[in-house]
Design a protein around this ligand. Sequence first.
Ligand code: NAD
Length: 263
Amino acid sequence: MDVSTPDDAAGPVAIVTGGAGGMGVAIATVLLGDGFRVALLDRRGAREAAARLRNAGEAAGHRALGIEADITDEGAVRAALEQIDVAWGRIDALVNNAGIEPQHSMENLERDTWQAALDVNLTGPALMIKHCIPLWRRQGGGRVVSIGSRVWLGGGTTASYSASKAGLVGMTRVACRELGAIGVTANVVAPSFARTPLNAEKGDAEFVEAYAERFAAASPLGRLVEPVDVAHAVAFLLSDRARNITGEIVHVAAGTQLAPFIG
Ligand SMILES: NC(=O)c1ccc[n+]([C@@H]2O[C@H](COP(=O)([O-])OP(=O)(O)OC[C@H]3O[C@@H](n4cnc5c(N)ncnc54)[C@H](O)[C@@H]3O)[C@@H](O)[C@H]2O)c1
């Protein structure tokens, strides 16, 4: 794990896991614009992503940190949060965004594939919450937004992915109940298809384009979700305006959460 040297500029502190990915960079950019100091945590590319935000002028001073860590490694999670605490003295918001979507059918499911999806999409977010609790208790509150998926409800894509995202809702609702007493809200933002590297891995360009077209056609609005749409929902749930919203699932799916099976 590596943490670049921040200055001690003011502002609330957010940690965004999967911070080097498509949604992660969009979320970090919007939160920086809202005055957060942002730690981008990713198993790869976190320092480069933070540097790009600083170079693009999105993060004046050193308000964006890059931390290379794997959220499935509890020791690495603990160390990452300690590094942020040492650097900035607080963590106001946890955005559990890192995720993977291994491609498989029920019939060709491998146990390791199943376990990998659960480890990253469900166990990692639970470990992140667990190790933020001492800081939130000390601070008198905090916020969690976990990035789920519209598949949590009706199922979709793959069994390991759908199971992990449904589990994320259950875990979040227990976190909401347990942590409310110390002033923590916990919510899920559930997107549908957006053009990010996660989907680029599903097949060749033609396959991904046909997939995208199915989503746009199924949307009552006739369009796709963009990463910045997800980022805006996250920013709202982290704001004071959402202080009494907890245990909720906010679909950012252009209405496709109401569609029959799309994929
Ligand atoms: N793109 C979509 O269509 C879509 C739709 C619904 C939900 N989501 C969810 O949005 C979130 C972000 O996805 P994205 O589309 O930006 O994908 P992405 O592949 O662009 O980014 C995911 C990031 O997570 C990181 N990551 C993976 N495993 C990790 C680990 N163990 N530790 C630390 N970092 C790890 C990756 O390195 C990557 O940078 C995911 O939770 C995904 O399930 C995406």
